[in-house]
Design a binder for this molecule. Structure first.
Ligand code: PXP
Length: 240
């Protein structure tokens, strides 16, 4: 059955804007799980702009579903993953100046390095997913790396303007799914999925997990705002 991994980086982004202790992504993860999410996803970036090492360490202890650690394929991150042992690792490309992960990992252009990182992790019992564009060359390279999963980057589909363009990107995702499954890769997808564009991706045959962050956390801010204001007024007037 299709599962939902909720990316809670965006909760940490709000915390880091003030370099304070709230909102705590660890608390968010517990609520996300209570609401029925099937997994918790965090991206420990090299610059630690949102998720911190402490978050990953505590989440490893507290997450009851599964913890998906997104990371760049660097020596530092490899050491952290091998020590923390998340339920799986998703290798993503990382550039310091980007606002969010832009484009998929170019597995084909760094085949040997990725093969090595996948091998180190999977030999330690940590399944690996490669976050790639729905592109045949990258799918073949991911199969060659012997990763258990790929995560198809849905950004181009999410950003497509107009039905025609969206259909074209969706068809590309469908071809990507089919090709990957034929190569015995398991398929996840994510990036830029919203309450408006997720259904079509959810219906792609063989899709196992969607990783969604920004849209869910954005909606949480809005649907929770009225209650938060009421509770502050209660504090002000001694009712809480
Ligand atoms: N999957 C991967 C590999 C990502 O890097 C991200 C963004 O952090 C997501 C999924 C979630 O994307 P979004 O926040 O746009 O839902």
């Amino acid at each position: 059955m299709l599962t939902l991994g909720v990316n809670i980086d965006h909760v940490a982004t709000i915390r880091q804007a003030r370099r304070t202790v709230e909102p705590d992504p660890v608390a968010a993860a517990a609520l996300v799980e209570l609401a029925g999410a099937d997994g918790i996803t965090v991206h420990l970036r090299e610059d630690r702009r949102h998720i911190q090492d402490r978050d990953v360490r505590i989440l490893r202890e507290t997450v009851r579903t599964h913890l998906n650690l997104e990371m760049g394929a660097t020596g530092e991150m490899l050491d952290i993953a091998l020590a923390i042992k998340p339920d799986y690792v998703t290798l993503v490309p990382e550039r310091r100046e980007e606002v969010t992960t832009e484009g998929g990992l170019n597995v084909a252009s760094q085949q040997e390095r990725i093969n090595g990182v996948v091998d180190r992790l999977q030999s330690a019992g940590i399944p690996v997913s490669l976050f790639i564009d729905p592109d045949s060359v990258q799918i073949q390279a991911s199969s060659q790396a012997q990763a258990q999963f790929i995560e198809l980057h849905t950004g181009r589909y999410a950003e497509a303007r107009g039905n025609l363009a969206a259909h074209k990107e969706l068809a590309q995702l469908k071809r990507g799914c089919e090709e990957a499954i034929a190569l015995n890769l398991r398929v996840n997808a994510g990036h830029g999925l919203t309450y408006w564009n997720t259904r079509s991706v959810a219906q792609l045959p063989g899709m196992e997990e969607l990783n969604i962050g920004h849209s869910i956390i954005s909606r949480a801010v809005l649907v929770g705002l009225e209650r938060a204001v009421r509770e502050m007024k209660d504090v002000m007037h001694g009712r809480a």
